[in-house]
Design a protein around this ligand. Structure first.
Ligand code: ATP
Ligand code: MG
Length: 321
């Protein structure tokens, strides 16, 4: 967690919630989209993950004050979510931002800047700086209706940044972008996060892995896991060793007889041996000896790293909690 940035004394959490709940509709039609969640988001980039309909957008909209809270509490840097003070601290990119197609990018940013409390001169200066930063300086005078998806996304993030917020809340900032557009936005978000904390939702797990140090996963309106990526990976670390040599079959026959082995099998893709040991230390002691005995060449012997994708699949396959 990057604690090197200037923090606010006494403020531990960028986002904090206590039993935050959203129920849509009433009576028979009532539907609990967010089930009394306790969020803890510190400085840095925090990923918000979950399948379609998990409640990410609903949660974010409550945090920024765009949607009423049914029950519970939420705070942005100690300020009540939805209050003027809290709103001022936040820059928000909605999942489906609505632009005025006839307005130019620059005019839109100036307009958003004035809503955020900037004077016109200040807003224009800042709009131009941001257009330059997002490589849309020449396009800033074109109407937004003529922009590509990637350019719209950039204008959306620039608009969120115009009033120099302390916290950026980005709802799927890379949706609908091609791989280059995505990489570009991710790079920018990482750069921006040196000065501003970021709470970002995405479906693309590899993106969250590239950007975030901490992650909250939700499913069906409830938090499934919330921790640093490092801790999450540690929790889910596999116990399956992978052994690859030029004599896999011979070595496998030998290994199968050992009492420190629980299970073995061969991975189809590359013929490597997969081993679940009863005694991992013993296995690690014995493998070099086996290699020598068989006069084999060792290509690799390790526990493959788990990816967020593996964890995501495992967590959601279990149906959440
Ligand atoms: N205005 C609404 N009225 C009733 N139900 C709603 C409303 N908005 C969202 N929902 C429901 O609330 C649940 C959570 O939706 P939400 O949009 O927050 O999910 P999400 O995690 O952002 O999904 P996605 O990844 O598809 O954007 C869904 O079941 C959705 O159908
Ligand atoms: Mg959403």
């Amino acid at each position: 967690m990057s604690k090197t940035r200037e923090g606010v004394p006494g403020i531990k959490y960028e986002i904090w919630s206590d039993k935050l709940q959203k129920i849509y509709g009433k009576g028979d039609k009532a539907f609990e989209a967010v089930k009394k969640i306790d969020l803890r988001v510190e400085t840095g980039i925090h990923g918000f993950l979950g399948p379609n309909g998990a409640g990410k957008t609903t949660t974010m909209n409550m945090l920024v004050g765009a949607l009423s809270i049914t029950s519970g509490k939420a705070k942005i840097r100690e300020k009540e979510a939805g209050s003027v003070e809290a709103r001022r601290l936040i820059g928000f990119l909605p999942q489906d931002p609505v632009f005025y197609d006839n307005m130019t990018g620059e005019d839109y940013l100036i307009y958003m800047g004035s809503l955020g409390g900037l004077r016109k001169i200040e807003a224009r200066k800042r709009a131009q700086e941001l257009c330059e930063y997002f490589d849309i300086f020449d396009d800033r005078v074109r109407p937004i209706g003529e922009y590509s998806g990637g350019m719209k996304q950039k204008i959306g993030i620039a608009a969120a940044l115009i009033h120099k917020p302390k916290l950026l809340i980005l709802d799927e900032p890379t949706a609908n972008l091609d791989p280059i557009g995505r990489a570009n936005i991710i790079e920018k978000i990482k750069e921006i996060s040196k000065n501003v904390s970021v709470f970002v939702s995405s479906h693309i797990l590899s993106e969250i892995e590239q950007m975030c140090e901490t992650v909250t996963m939700i499913n069906e309106g409830a938090i499934v896991i919330s921790d640093t990526l490092k801790n999450i990976k540690k929790k889910f670390i596999g116990n399956t060793f992978q052994l690859h040599t030029n004599k896999n079959e011979e070595i496998l026959r030998d290994l199968e007889k050992k009492d420190y082995i629980d299970k073995t099998w061969v991975r189809e893709e590359d013929g490597s041996i997969q081993v679940i040991p009863r005694d991992a230390d013993k296995l690690q002691e014995e493998v070099p000896k086996l290699i020598l005995d068989h006069r084999a060449i060792l290509y690799s012997f390790h526990i493959p790293e788990v990816s967020l994708q593996d964890i995501f699949m495992e967590v959601y396959a279990k149906g959440g909690n």
